[in-house]
Design a protein around this ligand. Sequence first.
Ligand code: NAD
Length: 249
Amino acid sequence: NEFQGKVAIVSGGGSGIGAETAKILAAGGASVVLSDISLPAAEEVAAEIVNAGGKAAAFKADVANPEDAEATVEFAKKTYGGLHLAFNNAGIVGPEKYVGDLTPKGWQTVININLNGVFYAMHYQIPAILASGGGAIVNTSSIAGFIGIADLSAYCASKHGVAGLTKSASIEYGKQGIRINSLHPGYVMTPLIAQWTDTELKDALIGLHPIGRLAEPKEIAEVACFLLSDKASFMSGSQVVVDGGFLSV
Ligand code: NAD
């Protein structure tokens, strides 16, 4: 029960990596606020956790909205009495276009959710975590936080930005007892990818991962939870890669 007595916020908790992370945190004894732009998705995962004997509550919030970011922290404090852990994980891929064709609006949408959203979250979470005696934050970046990908300039820029934001904040708050790291997954076998009928495309994507397959969301979630736990007590400002070897090729 390594998360006993801890209060955690998981954004994008209604699906994929966020949902799996929330389940592991709750199984470890944490009280988890699952925030998501889709309330029904977050409620479904929260119900699953509660049915399994854990503590979880769903909260509707758009990470791109600073007021929602503040409200999420207030909800955690009101519901569970404080805040120790945050997994700032909600993100979108966005429009797939070359820079000359990507509209400023399309660019802004991705940056607002993937990068500004992480700033808004930490801006309100950090004072609450300090008031609760310290804790840890993990921000979801990507292998796209290290490399460029054609058609995905906004996504790559946002994920590089998350790494820089994470490192700077980790320097600012290390001595005050908040560890902050970024997590960089390779491709995950999401329902979307699983449904691809173009097997050649699917095989090509798998082929980019020397381990010979894509990740299961749980394999990313386990590392997020390790970083949030006291086992990672000397890890701060790290860019933690979980990519089946993608970046080593
Ligand atoms: P997912 O699509 O399964 O889940 C994302 C969740 O975020 C959804 O429940 C969605 O409703 C929610 N969400 C979307 N926009 C939101 C907003 N504005 N405010 C609040 N919630 C919002 O995604 P996933 O694959 O679990 O990805 C989670 C994170 O991991 C993302 O940041 C993504 O960029 C990153 N990532 C994913 C992969 C991958 O292959 N799936 C690879 C590397 C990094």
